[in-house]
Design a protein around this ligand. Structure first.
Ligand code: FBP
Length: 323
């Protein structure tokens, strides 16, 4: 487990900085909506996010980024960003969560960044992670990654005082999730399938407007940590277990400092993000949580969510700037 010194907190103004970084990547992604080129969309977001990070007065280290140095020319794990003058922070980012959604002009693409004090989040390898998440307000331990999806649905239904058929479970629409979907449907609960973007899928559980009660299934491990940074701010429960498909993935995990003993381990929210965090997301295309970027009347408009653990403040920021 990563240990964060208790006294270490983040400068609260970092929240606005995080929003600026997420906004910049979203605005740059706009030109690529619906153009069928995921890589170009991702590159535009990466370039803009890096530029926005590098003008901030912080001593930033990317711990979750676009990949390892040899495979990612920019925003790679271990890259230093910022002017180097301010607070020492670890950074997790996904400059474009939903590059395919952007390329296809589909709902729910967003840009993501999180800051923690140094050592404040698990440096997750780029593998898959099995995930379960619920929003705030439930007793600790209500759901469990090792319980069946049907049992988790029953537990949430009981806690809410409703029947399982009133529960909605968000799942990435992938063939590998067929058993989860069947188990959820076996107790007559609803399945809300998403094409991509499981960070938003987890955050959905915290927003009653989305009507999602539970998130289940596997997705990227880095996205799991980013989702935890958000959940830590707004409240909720999360469990994740890394999935390794081959020895190469295990070797990459070891390079990031994970021990073999951690490989099968079930991480909870406080193990993935133990301390203070700031999280920001900006919509690229319209989605359940955020509106997408819009150019109108000589302005660019963005819609962002910015959250902090320090005060559990959640801000929705609508920015407009002349173009
Ligand atoms: P990117 O757009 O950042 O590549 O990720 C999209 C995403 O849907 C993540 O939200 C999710 O964790 C992962 O891909 C799922 O992976 P896969 O598409 O291989 O099932």
């Amino acid at each position: 487990m990563v240990a964060t010194p208790k006294h270490e907190t983040l400068d609260r103004n970092l929240a606005l900085d995080a929003a600026r970084v997420a906004e910049a990547a979203a605005i740059a992604s706009f030109a690529h909506i619906g153009r069928g080129n995921e890589m170009a969309a991702d590159q535009a977001a990466v370039d803009a996010m890096r530029k926005a990070l590098n003008i901030l007065d912080l001593d930033g280290l990317i711990v979750i980024g676009e990949g390892e140095r040899d495979h990612a020319p920019m925003l790679y794990i271990g890259e230093k960003v910022g002017t180097g003058k301010g607070q020492r922070v670890d950074i997790a980012l996904d400059p474009l969560e939903g590059a395919t959604l952007t390329a296809k002009a589909m709902a729910g693409a967003m840009t993501l960044v999180a800051f923690t004090p140094s050592g404040g989040m698990l440096q997750a390898p780029d593998t898959y992670m099995d995930k379960i998440a619920i929003g705030p307000g439930y007793n600790p331990g209500l759901v469990d990654l090792d319980a069946s999806p049907a049992d988790n649905v029953r537990a949430v239904a009981k806690a809410k005082g409703v029947t399982p058929s009133d529960i909605t479970v968000c799942v990435l629409d992938r063939p590998r999730h067929a058993d989860i979907i069947a188990s959820v449907r076996s107790v007559a609960a609803r399945v809300h399938l998403i094409n991509d973007g499981d960070v938003a899928g987890v955050i959905n559980t915290t927003d009653p407007q989305t009507r999602v009660d539970l998130f289940l299934g596997s997705g990227g491990a880095p996205e799991g940590v980013l989702a935890c940074a958000a959940l830590k701010c707004v409240g909720g429960q999360f469990q994740g277990r890394l999935i390794f498909r081959n020895d190469d993935e295990k070797a990459r995990a070891r390079k990031l400092g994970l021990k073999d003993a951690d490989f099968g381990r079930k991480y909870d929210l406080d193990e993935l993000v133990p301390g203070d965090a700031v999280f920001a997301a900006t919509g690229v295309t319209n989605g359940a949580l955020l509106d997408g970027v819009r150019f109108a009347d000589g302005y660019v408009h963005t819609h962002s969510l910015v959250m902090t653990t320090a005060t559990h403040t959640v801000r929705e920021i609508r920015m407009k700037r002349p173009v």
